[in-house]
Write a protein that binds this ligand. Structure first.
Ligand code: SF4
Length: 298
């Protein structure tokens, strides 16, 4: 299986690094073999790779739901912040917002709608034979309610102290140019505070993420790196943690360059990439979204 790498614009992201480090074959299937597979006009083989690539684990889906609900809530103009609104109006609860979205998406999964439209979320578990639909729904909804309760108790009061005028819309995923290299971060929220930009992500708080925040602020908003702060939102505990204060820009940049050099080294001089040069790591197959379409090793 051979593809032209130039058909798939190269960019760096933490997700790309993780796939690269976990299984080279998964990296190949994600970044080369499934390219363009969102289109119904693509070949059945590419469509199938793309369908697998779009599958979500339960934890990834939970974080996606929580992130969307938080963004909707944070950027909505709250009635209580509107001088014209009657006093005492409550903003709707996070939990009901989450559960409404989950049920709509879950029943679409059960009807098989994401098979046709890969933009719709699809849980890998739903495809397992004998998947316990009702048991899963009840357990997952309970987890969502617990997370929403923690976020409402711990995190939202902290976030909602920022007036609407301080909140800055930020794309997610967020394209960031690192000199000549394209990269992506996945922030959730941003606020302007006393001449600083604060950016919030739900991730592990890697230095490279803080670096991307600083480059974004410099490139797009002319805010110098020392006036950009990064925070990690922990959905499980509903807490906020600063990260990146010890960022060494040169070290983080070198780590990214090291990834990029290794990834680009597998592109042939004629611009092609070849599946056989991306070996699978069979220890990872149990959790892998490509496990039902992974081509066998030669
Ligand atoms: S199924 Fe296994 S070998 Fe194939 S891409 Fe996934 S982790 Fe790699």
């Amino acid at each position: 299986m051979i593809f032209r790498a130039s058909d798939h614009p190269f960019y760096w992201s933490l997700r790309r690094r993780r796939l690269w480090e976990n299984c080279r074959r998964a990296y190949f299937l994600h970044y080369y073999a499934s390219g363009g597979g969102f289109s119904p006009d693509e070949s059945p083989e590419v469509r199938e790779f793309h369908r697998c690539r779009a599958l979500l684990s339960v934890s990834a889906y939970r974080n996606r739901l929580l992130g969307k609900a938080l963004r909707d809530r944070f950027y909505r103009r709250f009635e209580e912040e509107d001088d014209e609104a009657p006093a005492g109006m409550e903003s709707p609860g996070l939990s009901s917002h989450l559960l409404r979205r989950f049920r709509r998406e879950f029943y679409a999964m059960l009807r098989g709608e994401p098979e046709r439209d890969h933009k719709l979320p699809m849980l890998a578990e739903v495809l397992q034979p004998g998947f316990p639909v009702e048991e899963f729904r009840v357990t997952f909804e309970r987890e969502l309610r617990d997370c929403a309760r923690k976020l409402e108790k711990e995190l939202l009061p902290e976030l909602e102290r920022f007036p609407f005028s301080a909140r800055r819309r930020i794309a997610s995923p967020l394209p960031v140019q690192l000199n000549e290299l394209a990269a992506y971060a996945v922030p959730l929220l941003a606020v302007a505070v006393s001449g600083e930009l604060w950016i919030f992500e739900n991730g592990s708080g890697e230095m490279e993420t803080a670096l991307l925040h600083k480059f974004y602020a410099l490139n797009e908003l002319s805010i110098p790196p020392e006036r950009v702060r990064s925070f990690r939102i922990d959905f499980a505990d509903g807490v906020l943690e600063p990260f990146g204060s010890k960022l060494n820009i040169s070290d983080a940049w070198k780590q990214i360059r090291r990834d990029v050099d290794a990834m680009l080294a597998l592109i042939h001089s004629d611009g092609t990439v070849v599946l056989e040069e991306f070996p699978g790591d069979r220890r990872r197959c149990g959790e892998c979204v490509f496990r039902n379409c992974c081509p066998p090793e030669l």
